[in-house]
Write a protein that binds this ligand. Structure first.
Ligand SMILES: *Cc1c(COP(=O)(O)O)cnc(C)c1O
Length: 397
């Protein structure tokens, strides 16, 4: 029996992380979340948040918060006990209407929704076919289910089809799981092909559109709408309320049977307290804003183009992405941290993303753009990136 203190076991692990430039720290925010904010006592332009439409600090959302007088703050219980408030219910109805699905179901976080879906729907002997670069919460969700997880190379539709063929021969139910917009890479899943493959092989499709809802599609209806597709009866959609919606929480949308199954059986739904009703009310306001945000989506698109054009002129290695997520590939974690630290000193907050969040040797700066950024913000970023290239040349750029 090994007996050791927590310190004995973990202090060397922490020291090793520090030595490898992999130590993580939580930046301390002391202002509202918006394009110009205060982090770690510095006044910075934030290029790291997922607040793509600038809703987190929007007056309409803040005004909704002030209408709390007819509500309690806490929901007091889980949805199946006494926590399911009319505000939750209305938000679910409005989300389902917006997406053209029969039903929607709220979750406290997207992480929990992703645990719930795979654990509940997939049984022993089934296969989960997942893109290799899916979000960590999808990977964890697959691990919690009894099905076998089979990962296909990023966006590789030939590899996906091969696995579907094999599953068909073995008579196995498959769930294809993919990000709509990949969270660390910014590229989109080829949903036309994926949806067609799912139909052909009678697989189910689980789409995590955390980064598609809001910025993409008409009325912000996400990556499916962006490709002029609509969900069918075997499509399961997950979206979060904490990114472009500027609130907190998540939802799953799909068929009546899907949602009732989750309510009956999904442990991460059943055994947790409902989100505060005021958060649902704020999210209802956010949904209206998202639907109407054509001007913000247009501004975001211009900001993305301005950044892409400028970064390409500098000769930076960008990942092939047209979304608000624009990674600058640097390779080594040391390099990513050097650049990120330099940018901070220039008043620019750009997070270095390192393994294990991304594969080895693919450390990067994850630049995210928002409709709230101005032309001057982006120029300042490009100018500072040019200085990074001079001061810390990287084999990658
Ligand atoms: C952020 C994110 C989640 C988790 O959502 P939370 O509500 O933050 O827990 C899930 N999937 C993807 C792709 C995400 O980016």
């Amino acid at each position: 029996m090994a007996i050791e203190s927590i310190e004995n076991r973990f202090a060397p692990i922490l020291a090793k992380r520090e030595a490898e430039s992999l130590y993580r720290r939580r930046p301390l925010v002391t202002s509202p979340q918006t394009a110009e904010m205060q982090i770690n006592g510095l006044q910075v332009i934030n290029f790291s948040s997922n607040d793509y439409l600038g809703l987190a600090n929007h007056p309409a959302l803040k005004h909704s918060c002030e209408t709390i007088q007819d509500l309690s703050y806490g929901s007091g219980a889980a949805h199946l006990v006494t926590g399911h408030h009319l505000e939750h219910h209305l938000l679910e109805d409005e989300l389902a209407d917006w997406l053209g699905c029969e039903r929607a179901l709220l979750f406290s976080t997207g992480y929990m929704a992703n645990l719930a879906i795979q654990q509940t729907l997939m049984q022993k002997g089934d296969w989960i076919l997942a893109d290799k670069l899916n979000h960590a919460s999808l990977v964890d969700g697959a691990r919690y289910s009894e099905a076998d997880l089979k990962r296909y190379p990023h966006l590789d539709m030939t590899a996906l089809e091969k696995r579907l063929q094999k599953a068909q021969q073995e008579n196995r139910q498959c769930l294809i799981v993919t990000d709509g917009v990949f969270s660390m890479d910014g590229d989109c899943a080829p949903l036309q092909t994926i949806q067609a493959l799912a139909k052909t092989y009678q697989a189910w499709l689980f789409l995590d559109d955390a980064h598609g809802f809001g910025p993409l599609g008409e009325q912000g209806k996400g990556t499916l709408a962006h490709f002029n597709l609509t969900p069918d009866e075997n499509t399961i959609i997950m979206g979060t309320l904490g990114k472009a919606f500027g609130a907190s929480g998540a939802f799953v949308a799909g068929s009546e049977v899907l949602i009732e199954t989750l309510i009956q059986m999904a442990r991460p739904y059943i055994y947790t307290t409902a989100m505060p009703p005021i958060n649902a009310r704020v999210a209802r306001t956010a949904l209206k804003q998202v639907q109407q945000a054509d001007a913000e989506r247009e501004q975001l698109r211009r900001n993305i183009q301005q950044f892409q054009t400028g970064a390409t002129q500098l000769g930076l290695t960008l990942w092939p992405s047209d979304s608000a997520i624009q990674p600058i590939m640097l390779g080594s974690s040391e390099q990513a941290v050097l650049w990120s630290d330099f940018l901070k000193k220039q008043g620019l907050w750009v997070t270095a993303i390192r393994p294990p969040t991304v594969p080895k040797n693919t450390a990067r700066l994850r630049v995210t753009l928002s409709a709230a950024h101005t032309d001057a913000h982006i120029k300042k970023l490009l100018h500072a990136l040019a200085r990074c290239q001079d001061d810390f040349p990287s084999s990658n750029t």
